[in-house]
Design a binder for this molecule. Structure first.
Ligand code: NAD
Length: 455
């Protein structure tokens, strides 16, 4: 099948590359000329395990191309995926301007039946707005063509995106029950057939329900995280260990273990903005999502907890101290720094007078850009921030080490290494990654989240 992907970011590039890998011909459009040039030259704008090899193979075999040519992109694909960004506006609602630009371009240039697939995360009702924009452009250009706008929200996890595409838990498709809608659904069934043997993973529904399903999924996961973070803070007050509590409740099949890890707060490009956007949608529908509003504010507080623990230990003054920060990306196996908890932490440590030596296996460049942006007006602080290539180098002479991202590289930090390298062997474990009993028995203090009985 011939497919166009509008927007070649985390979602668009993975979708395009994987669809090419399945044998389709894929045209990836992006309005960012630098990104297109990089991809055309064989470079990768993002880090995602396994993606580079797939992109390279499919470009070489002629099934995948990158371009900024809008007219050619609309002419190419029978199916046009919209996978552009939907960042938050200042009021928390989703900024849909890129989605609407893409919709207008499709309407302006299309010359035969097209399926427009809404893959970006968008508020309920957006597919109807997209359809209106496409129709208006068709009318403005004197064209009478059929099309269908389908909702097919994306559930990939950064760091496991290729695997998620190739072996999805579910594929949600919201389509209208009219002739163009049924035609669109048939095309999508065909497109997804290789990753959906027996059709058992396809959940077909109306468009509005599909749009809401995406927000509901992220909101549920964010709720579990904030719930556990709040319980962890209580465990700190009560002298209980949240890790034991987690195991105790996770073993109940009605609860399960996923997304129950207490930590330094959730980040990334999706949870914060999607929870905000859903709260805004509720407000503009004249109702409120009180639980979700609390989830969001609990998360903002949680992003301060690690910093507060460090400050409390050092009496609020970090002048003359060197703090090692391990992990900058918002989660392991990605270089994505959007809303990463490390950003507020590093800025807070620097503002309290510390010198910070940071390590991340892949996010260094993105982190540098993000922190330069966050600390733009404070160049004297940026001068106190350094990056190293290896976690062991960050530890050299440090007064404390703070683990912010649960990269597997940090799981093996041993007491002997910490004692040998650091000025004081002291760990603030923002992801409860290390065994504090073991460290304590070997003379290393380890302050986790919700494990105060062990510190
Ligand atoms: P991104 O910012 O990484 O990529 C978006 C791309 O779209 C950029 O390269 C941008 O240059 C391009 N673009 C913007 N307007 C364009 C236009 N008119 N024409 C062509 N290209 C255009 O975003 P992302 O992380 O891939 O997210 C895309 C959407 O998918 C968002 O709605 C997001 O919420 C959703 N989503 C993201 C994830 C994730 O893990 N990143 C997971 C599920 C869903």
């Amino acid at each position: 099948m011939k497919v166009t992907i509008v927007g070649t970011g985390y979602v668009g590039l993975v979708t395009g590359a994987c669809l090419a890998e399945l044998g389709n011909d894929v045209f990836c459009l992006d309005s960012d000329a630098d990104k297109v040039a990089l991809l055309q030259a064989g470079g990768m704008p993002i880090y995602e395990p396994g993606l580079q090899e797939i992109v390279q193979r499919n470009v070489e075999e002629g099934r995948l191309l990158f371009s900024s040519d809008v007219k050619a992109s609309v002419a190419f694909g029978d199916v046009q995926f919209i996978a552009v960004g939907t960042p938050p506006r200042d009021d928390g609602s989703a900024d849909l301007s890129c989605v609407f630009d893409a919709a207008r371009a499709i309407g302006r240039h299309m010359d035969r039946f097209r399926v427009v697939v809404q893959k970006s995360t968008v508020p309920v009702g957006t597919a109807e707005q997209v359809a209106r924009l496409v129709r208006a452009e068709l009318q403005a250009h004197g064209k009478d063509l059929d099309f269908s706008v389908v909702s097919n929200p994306e559930f990939l996890k950064e760091g496991a995106a290729v695997q998620d595409f190739m072996a999805p838990d579910r594929i949600v498709v919201g389509a209208d029950d009219d002739l163009p809608g049924r035609r669109a659904l048939a095309l999508l069934r065909q497109l997804y057939a290789p990753v959906n043997r027996n059709q058992e993973r396809l959940r077909v529904m109306d468009v509005r329900s599909a749009e809401l399903t995406k927000y509901a999924a992220n909101a549920m996961l964010a709720t579990r995280i904030s719930f556990m973070n709040e319980l962890a803070n209580l465990a700190d007050c009560l002298g209980a260990d949240i890790e034991l509590v987690r195991q105790g409740i996770g073993s109940d099949p009605r609860i399960g273990y996923s997304f129950l890890q207490a930590g330094a707060g959730y980040g990334g490009s999706c949870f914060p903005k999607d929870v905000d956007a859903l709260c805004r949608t509720a407000q503009s529908s004249g109702t409120r999502l009180a639980v979700l509003e609390a989830v969001q504010s609990a998360n903002l507080r949680q992003k301060q907890v690690l910093l507060d623990k460090v400050l409390a230990h050092f009496g609020g003054d970090l002048r003359g101290r060197t703090i090692a920060v391990l992990g900058l990306a918002f989660k392991p196996d990605t270089d994505d720094m959007r809303e990463a908890p490390s950003r507020a932490l590093v800025a807070g440590l620097l503002r309290a007078g510390a010198r910070v030596v940071a390590h991340d296996p892949v996010a260094r460049e993105q982190a540098q850009r993000a922190l330069e942006h966050d600390l733009a007006g404070e160049p004297q602080l940026l001068a106190q921030l350094g990056y190293v290539e290896r976690p062991t180098s960050a530890l050299e002479g440090a007064d404390a080490v703070v683990i912010v991202t649960e990269w597997r590289h940090y799981r093996t930090l041993s007491a002997s290494l910490l004692k040998r390298s650091m000025r004081t062997p002291l760990v603030f474990d923002g992801r409860n990654l290390l065994d504090p009993h073991q460290l304590a028995s070997q003379g290393v203090a380890c302050v986790g989240i919700g494990r105060s009985n062990l510190s």
